[in-house]
Ligand binder design. Structure first.
Ligand code: NAD
Length: 499
């Protein structure tokens, strides 16, 4: 077994070995082996990254749009050229199957492509002759050094929800990726360098709470974009804003799929399986609850279970459908929820603990699991499990299903399956959730729209990417200007009105 490689920080355009008194193990979840050790930053390491970013901001923030756009285009080309390599890194550290890892990179690439349109997105407005000889116009400027803190489940895509836009808008970045799968961020840093991004514009600092806390309170950091669990999102939001930062903190989820009796059963069953078990359920847009409006439940549960029997769980490099969970601790936590659901009286239709994986027996395996007759008081219903566990709750009506969705604390994504356009339209209007699918189970918005949930799924006012992304990473000025002409107004001490 080769000895673990060392992963250290990326600061000022090169690898940076800091104090490194603490480090974390990085696993290959499909073999259970430690493949790398990642340095954990101290506050001093974090400060080195922020200072590099601050120095770089001086020039990058005023570099012309044309030059910034040229770097963005080169980065886009390199990312596209090397997407398979990046997907392999993701699979080796996260565990998701290769095709899914490639899908993640593709969705990140879409944000890069969107950010290549920075010249258009940073345009202001202009009003001529608001008063005699007076024009008014607005401009948007970068905010400075921006901090990004990302979760393990999308080690490439989630950072790319933010940094392409931040950089295209003229900011400089300090990224703190998840310590569980830090390799993708380092690969992206190298691509930026090769694309010609000046040193210090994009920095990566690894670590845990110590690095996060140092970023949250650093006086030279203008904003924080966080994605992770709700408990940490709340903490990041309150600490970051208390230190004067602009913060967007995206949290956890419990996404419901409401199935009306007139739904296309085959499409619905396919969608429930794809959205429930893709990436082993470790997606913030995974479906974890199916609300079956009777009398559809018996047929739907049978159709879902039938499809689950065909799924192959195993090493993501072997063409399997579903990979392992990210760590043994997380696998055990999810398996604990399966035991809790059984003990609470839900019907365990498919038990993923019995899985025979196509992979090393030391991998962090748990197969797809299906519960029926779940009730809203059970922890498998109330909690975000973040694993391959799908719960079916039987409801009597559309109204009962809607009420459950709206009273759940999370509001990230939801979907309705029906052939009734009027019902779907009513649902999109009445549901208290940020992202809605109509016969689409994972409604992740395209890069030119914005991503974000409601309620305990997002703290802050601004969603990720799209026009809101450019808004978050810039601040506005409005200029009222008059150039001397032969006509002067003379002295007037009254409050200026634009007559
Ligand atoms: P996490 O909250 O454990 O970690 C997220 C980040 O916070 C990591 O970089 C981690 O190092 C850091 N962190 C962990 N503990 C911390 C602490 N005590 N103080 C400060 N920082 C800390 O989340 P995770 O397990 O990596 O990711 C899964 C979670 O992320 C799920 O809850 C999922 O729903 C959520 N998620 C949400 C979205 C969304 O768009 N809403 C997208 C992806 C993931």
């Amino acid at each position: 077994m080769p000895s673990p490689t060392r992963i250290t920080h990326w600061i000022d355009g090169r690898e940076f070995t800091g104090d490194a008194e603490r480090h974390g193990d990085v696993y290959d979840p499909a073999t259970g082996q430690v493949t790398a050790q990642v340095d954990f930053a101290t506050a001093a390491d974090l400060d080195a990254a922020v200072q590099a970013a601050r120095r770089a901001f001086g020039e990058w923030g005023t570099t012309t749009l044309t030059k910034r756009m040229a770097v963005m285009f080169r980065f886009r080309e390199l990312l596209n050229e090397h997407k398979e390599e990046l997907a392999e890194i993701i699979t080796a550290q996260h565990g998701k199957v290769l095709s899914d890892a490639l899908g993640e990179v593709t969705r990140g690439l879409e944000v890069v492509e969107f950010a290549c349109g920075n010249a258009h997105l940073l345009k202001g407005g202009y009003s001529e002759a608001v008063s005699t000889g007076v024009d008014v116009y607005s401009i948007r400027q970068p905010i400075g050094v921006v901090g990004i803190i990302s979760p393990f489940n999308f080690p490439a895509m989630v950072p790319m929800w933010f940094f392409p836009i931040a950089i295209a808008a003229g900011n400089t970045v300090v990224l703190k990726p998840s310590e569980k799968d830090p390799g993708a961020a380092m690969f992206l840093a190298e691509l930026w360098s090769r694309a010609g991004l000046p040193d210090g514009v994009f920095n990566v600092v690894h670590g845990d709470k110590e690095a996060v806390d140092a970023l949250l309170v650093h006086p030279d950091v203008a904003s924080i974009s966080f994605v992770g669990s709700t408990a940490i999102a709340e903490y990041v939001y309150s600490t970051g804003t208390a230190h004067g930062k602009r913060v967007q903190a995206l949290g956890g989820a419990k996404n419901h799929m409401l199935v009306l009796p007139d739904a296309d059963l085959e499409l619905t069953a396919d969608s429930a399986v794809n959205a429930g078990f893709g990436s082993a359920g470790e997606r913030c847009m995974a479906i974890s609850v199916v609300l079956a409006v009777e009398p559809v439940a018996d047929d739907l549960v049978a159709a879902i279970a039938g499809r689950m029997a065909t799924l192959r769980t195993g090493d993501g490099r072997r063409g399997c459908d579903m990979g392992p969970l990210v760590t043994s601790a997380h696998r055990d936590k999810v398996a604990g929820y399966v035991a809790a659901g059984e003990a609470a009286g839900a019907t365990l239709v498919v038990d993923g603990r019995q899985v025979h994986p196509d992979g090393d027996e030391a991998g962090f395996w748990l197969g797809p699991t299906l519960f029926d007759h779940v009730t809203p008081d059970m922890t498998i219903y109330t909690d975000e499990i973040f694993g391959p566990v799908l719960s079916v709750v039987r409801v009597a009506s559309y109204e009962e299903g809607l009420e459950l969705i709206n009273s759940h604390p999370y509001g990230n994504g939801t979907a309705i399956f029906t052939c009734d356009g009027g019902a779907a339209r009513k649902f999109q209007q009445e549901v208290q959730v940020g992202m809605i699918g109509i016969n689409v189970p994972i409604p992740v918005p395209m890069a030119y729209y914005s991503f974000g949930g409601w309620k305990a799924s997002l703290f802050g006012d601004t969603h990720a990417h799209g026009a809101e992304g450019f808004h978050f990473f810039t601040r506005g000025k409005v200029v009222t200007s008059r150039w001397p002409d032969p006509v002067h107004g003379g002295i007037n001490l009254g409050f200026p009105t634009h007559g």
